[in-house]
Structures are given as structure tokens and as C-alpha cells.
Design a binder for this molecule. Structure first.
Ligand SMILES: NC(=O)CC[C@H](N)C(=O)O
Length: 356
């Protein structure tokens, strides 16, 4: 069965359907350059309502391992690949990518030259796209007719995982489960609460530290949560990852902007400005903190991306506030950025001891 990928600029690509063949979708089309980790990427809630084109030419070859999902539902609108593996050749695999997407009602399209598509997107910038069963004649009308997805709100408490100390409360904007897992692996007790939680509800958890999670969408659309972030920072050590990092920037008066085509990959070099150390990082973001806007705030830049100089880390001198634009939890991606968790836990453990 033929499937059509139509971009807002009118370009059309024709491929073959896989996943849920009946489903159509619309949203921002982004390209992901990771050479592995398609399952974690597809299940990452930050991709809510986006279409993901994988530049790696063969996708699906190691199948689906139920233990690596980053969320229980898939917010991604569509998966675009060059060649879909029709086998899954790994001992941990329990399903094919095709059947996994079918189960979650996500459409896929294969046979697309995703590298050519990526070159196109690098010239035009991120744009809206539609995946459909018939050629699209009226782009606006068709896009408006297709439903957008929502993240499933979680009950309170979402999760209380028992480690020892410290107790970290995650404010959940669409958290990847790997963040909780990385904290638990370092001995933390973790509770996850919805991003709409009040300060009073959060305080009842007696956090030793707070973490603002990753999440989908434009950070400037989250203005309502900024006073809570300032209140949290005044009471607890505060960390932010990706969307959480952008929200910390906004909470202290900086601005964010949309990148031309986003960072979605696993080999983004990031330099720590204090030590000079460069690490490889996993990234997944379309927005970034405007470096010029930071000068007028109390924030300081701690790290930059070496390809385009974008802001990768922030701190607030005088308070324990630290954030990163990249993904220290990886899943997928290089794990060396996990030192961010080590640093945060070390800092707040010292504060817990000092306050005892
Ligand atoms: N992974 C994330 O948290 C993404 C943050 C934000 N939605 C962006 O695209 O920039």
C-alpha cells in the first residue's frame, strides 16, 4: 500500500506503508541522525505530535525490547524510514517495529530517501508535514482535519521508587523513564509529580532536590509554571533537563527561540566552559535559549554546543540551580553526560548533610 508524505512547502514523497496502515497524521517533521535507539526515540514523549525521519538507512533490525520504552504511550505522529527491517535479530526482541507501531496506532512510511529529505529540511528548516493514504490536494484543510495527540496525565503520585537518599522529586512535563532509572541507579529515591502540581503538594514530598523533566512543545507556552519554578529554586536544589533547562532560563528572564532544524541525534559535542572538557551528548530539541538574552539575567552559561554555539548549560550563582539542554540520561545515546546526575546528587547530598 502506498503512503504519501507531503510537506507544507508542497514537496511530496511516496513510499510504502507500515505500522498502522490506516492511520494518517500531521505535525512538525524532524530528522533524527542517531545510528541506534529508534525504539527509545519513538517512545520519547518530547516527540509528541512530531513526524520523525531517521537518517540511518536501516531501521528495525534489532526489533523491540519492551523494557526500553521511554513512555507507555507513543505521542509521535509518524515514523519515516529508508528501509524497514522485516526481521528482528536480537535476543531481547519481542516484536518487530512494524507490529509495535501497529499496536500503538502509529503510521510508518518506508522507501523514503531520508538523507535527501534531511538535506531538504536543512535548507527549508523544520516544517509541518502530513502522512496520508492519498495524495494531499489541500494541505491546510487536510492538516486541520487530523487529530493532535495529548500526553496522558498521570495520577498522583505517579511513581515513588525506593532507593535510599536523597529524595528527588521530578516535575513531569513528559518525562523519559530513563531519567528516573538513572537517578535510582545512583541510589536516589524518586517521586514523579505532574507539571501542574502546586508548591504545597510538592513540599509534602519533602524533596531533597527537584528536577524539571524534558517535554514536548514550545517552552514559551509554559509561562504559567514559571512562578512555581522560582519558588522551587528558592527552597530546593533544582536541576533541569532539556525543556526543564529552557524553563529555568525563562523563569529568570532569558528568552528561547526556535532552531532552524533542531538537534535530534546522539553525537552532539558539548563543552563545559569551566573545565574545557568536551563530551558527546544525546540531543532532542527544536528550541534553544537565546544567548544574548542571558546577559540581562542572573544566570550564567556553563556549557555550549560546539557545532553551532548554542547554550547547553546554565547555573544560577548563589543558589543550587543547574540545567542542561542535552540528555544526560541518554537512552539512546552516549552515557558520558551522566556526570550531570553525579554532580547534582553530589551537590545536594552535601546540602542535606549541611542542613542536618
Ligand atoms: N526533549 C525536550 O525536552 C525538548 C524540549 C522542547 N520541546 C524543544 O523541542 O526544544
Amino acid at each position: 500500500m502506498q503512503k504519501y508524505l507531503t510537506l507544507a512547502d508542497g514537496t511530496q514523497w511516496i513510499g510504502t506503508a507500515f505500522g498502522d496502515r490506516s492511520v494518517e497524521g500531521a505535525g512538525n517533521l524532524v530528522f533524527n541522525t542517531g545510528m541506534l535507539g529508534y525504539q527509545e526515540t519513538i517512545t520519547d514523549p518530547s516527540y509528541l505530535n512530531q513526524l520523525i525521519a531517521f537518517t540511518y538507512p536501516l531501521i528495525g533490525n534489532y526489533g523491540i525490547d519492551p523494557t526500553v520504552n521511554q513512555a507507555t504511550t507513543i505521542g509521535t505522529q509518524a515514523v519515516i524510514v529508508h528501509e524497514l527491517a522485516d526481521f528482528s535479530d536480537h535476543y531481547s526482541s519481542r516484536a518487530t517495529l512494524d507490529s509495535f507501531l501497529f499496536t500503538h496506532h502509529v503510521p510508518g512510511i518506508q522507501g523514503i530517501d531520508t538523507r535527501e529529505l534531511t538535506i531538504h529540511l536543512r535548507h527549508t528548516g523544520t516544517q509541518l508535514a502530513i502522512i496520508s493514504n492519498q495524495p494531499v490536494t489541500n494541505f491546510q484543510l487536510k492538516a486541520a482535519s487530523l487529530p493532535t495527540k495529548q500526553l496522558t496525565p498521570q495520577p498522583v503520585p505517579v511513581q515513588a521508587t525506593h532507593g535510599s537518599q536523597p529524595h528527588i522529586v521530578i516535575l513531569d512535563f513528559g518525562e523519559k523513564t530513563a531519567i528516573t532509572q538513572e537517578l535510582v541507579a545512583r541510589g536516589c529515591q524518586v517521586s514523579v509529580v505532574p507539571a501542574t502540581s502546586s508548591f504545597k503538594l510538592i513540599a509534602a514530598y519533602h524533596p531533597d532536590g527537584m528536577l524539571l523533566s524534558n517535554g514536548p512543545g514550545d517552552p514559551e507556552a509554559q509561562a504559567a509554571v514559571l512562578p512555581l519554578i522560582r519558588q522551587l529554586a528558592a527552597h530546593y536544589p533544582l536541576a533541569g533537563i532539556c525543556l526543564g533547562h529552557q524553563l529555568i532560563a525563562l523563569a529568570y528572564g532569558a528568552k528561547t527561540y526556535q532552531l532552524t532544524f533542531g538537534h535530534h541525534g546522539l553525537n552532539h559535542p558539548v563543552q563545559n566552559l569551566a573545565t574545557g572538557q568536551v563530551i558527546m551528548t544525546a540531543q532532542n530539541h527544536d528550541f534553544a535559549v537565546d544567548p544574548a538574552s542571558i546577559a540581562k539575567t542572573p544566570l550564567q552559561v556553563t556549557a555550549i554546543e560546539l557545532n553551532d554555539g548554542s547554550v547547553e548549560g546554565l547555573t544560577l550563582p548563589g543558589q543550587t540551580v543547574m540545567s542542561v539542554q542535552f540528555h544526560p540520561e541518554a537512552h539512546p545515546g552516549p552515557t558520558e553526560a551522566g556526570q550531570f546526575f553525579d554532580h547534582f546528587i553530589h551537590t545536594l547530598t552535601q546540602e542535606v548533610v549541611a542542613n542536618a
